[in-house]
Every structure is written in structure tokens, then in C-alpha cells.
Design a protein around this ligand. Structure first.
Ligand SMILES: Cc1cc2nc3c(=O)[nH]c(=O)nc-3n(C[C@H](O)[C@H](O)[C@H](O)COP(=O)(O)O)c2cc1C
Length: 190
């Protein structure tokens, strides 16, 4: 699948078939994540592959509802997909000068979110190109997830995704027009 086609046809998948995903395929999507760019090649990301049903259930219970009237729709996906991949980051690496004392390079803080997002988007696109579904999940209690998975201090759990064969074909979600989000030479100039 071409990159542009993969970008345009990927959808968030929240229903999964029970078909297992083999180790070789899981490694392929993790390879895609591994090859993402990162701040000064610091590669602050770590990935935890969860197949154990009981652990997946506990992860699903950490998801937080974004709107008051309905639960986080991805919780059942974490429960039912054969695999969940949880992305963590080592803090104090991305966005910092390499030399001691450790100081931020920019006024934008630790860049761990950015690096992990790049890796996870590589992973989700690679998964899609292999016929697998994913959904980026950000709304969960990161401290609870760290406890469940034994993530050490100094790391932050950033996101997770189920991984499995899609059990649904969701409709395309609309995107803003380029004219609404792209400016030329100065902000606001179309
Ligand atoms: C940073 C981030 C966090 C997200 N968190 C959740 C989540 O907690 N639960 C969920 O169901 N979807 C979550 N999503 C999926 C978005 O709702 C989805 O990507 C968006 O509606 C566009 O749909 P599409 O992915 O099918 O194009 C998240 C996506 C991103 C990028």
C-alpha cells in the first residue's frame, strides 16, 4: 500500500475479530515504530505488548469518558482485540541538551509526546497496510496503567492501541479544508 493511500484510508477501529495476530506481524508494526524520527535520535519510547486477557481488562478499566453521556468507546476494543500495545516514554531525554546539567533546548518543555506520537502513527499506518486495525487512545489514567504494567519512575505512559483484524468498517470522519488550516507567509493569510 502506498503511504498516501494508507494515510487516507486508515480509520480508528473499535471492534475486532477474535482472530489472533501472529508474532511476526506484531514485530513488523513495532519495527515501523522503531524507525520513527525522534529528538536528536534519543528514542525515548518504550512499547509494552499485552496479550493477557486479564491485563487487557484492567487496562480497559482505566479508560476515561471524554463526554459525560457516553463511556470511552475504545474500552471494549482494548478488552476484545487480541493484542494491546502501550506506549511509554522516558522523561528528560527528548527536547533536552545532551550535555549536563540537563537543560531544555526550547520553551516547549519535554518533547516526549511528540516523539511517541510519531512512533505510534508509524505503527498504526503499518498496521493498516497489513490489514490490521488500531485506534490511538489517550484518555486513560496513566498512573493506573503504570501500576498495572510495572512502568518504572521517570517514565510516562502516553498512549495505547488495540491491534487486531477489524470487525467494522467505520465511516470517514470529516477533516477541515486546507483553506481553514493552511496560511501563507503570515498567520491568517490564505
Ligand atoms: C491523541 C489521540 C487520542 C485519542 N484518544 C481516543 C480515546 O481515548 N478514545 C477513542 O475512542 N478514540 C480516541 N482517539 C481517536 C480519535 O477519536 C480519532 O482518531 C478521530 O475521531 C478521527 O477518526 P479516524 O481516526 O477514524 O480518522 C484519539 C486520537 C488521538 C490522535
Amino acid at each position: 500500500m502506498e503511504v498516501l493511500e494508507a494515510i487516507k484510508t486508515r480509520r480508528s477501529i473499535r471492534r475486532y475479530k477474535t482472530i489472533p495476530v501472529d508474532d511476526k506481524t506484531i514485530k513488523l508494526v513495532l519495527e515501523a515504530a522503531r524507525w520513527a524520527p525522534s529528538w536528536a535520535n534519543t528514542q525515548c519510547w518504550r512499547f509494552i505488548v499485552v496479550r493477557d486477557s486479564e491485563i487487557k481488562d484492567r487496562l480497559a478499566d482505566t479508560l476515561i469518558a471524554v463526554s459525560a453521556d457516553r463511556p470511552n468507546r475504545a474500552a471494549e476494543a482494548i478488552r476484545n482485540a487480541p493484542v494491546a500495545i502501550v506506549a511509554c516514554a522516558e522523561l528528560g531525554k527528548s527536547g533536552y541538551h545532551a550535555r549536563e546539567p540537563k537543560e531544555l533546548v526550547t520553551d516547549k518543555g519535554d518533547w516526549f509526546m511528540y516523539d511517541v506520537a510519531l512512533a505510534m502513527q508509524n505503527l498504526t499506518l503499518a498496521a493498516h497496510s497489513l490489514g490490521l486495525g488500531t485506534v490511538h487512545i489517550g484518555a486513560f489514567d496513566a498512573k493506573k496503567v503504570a501500576d498495572i504494567l510495572g512502568v518504572p519512575k521517570g517514565f510516562c505512559v502516553v498512549s495505547m492501541t488495540p491491534l487486531g483484524y477489524p470487525g467494522e468498517e467505520p465511516p470517514v470522519r470529516p477533516r477541515k479544508e486546507l483553506s481553514e488550516i493552511v496560511f501563507y507567509d503570515k498567520y491568517g493569510v490564505e
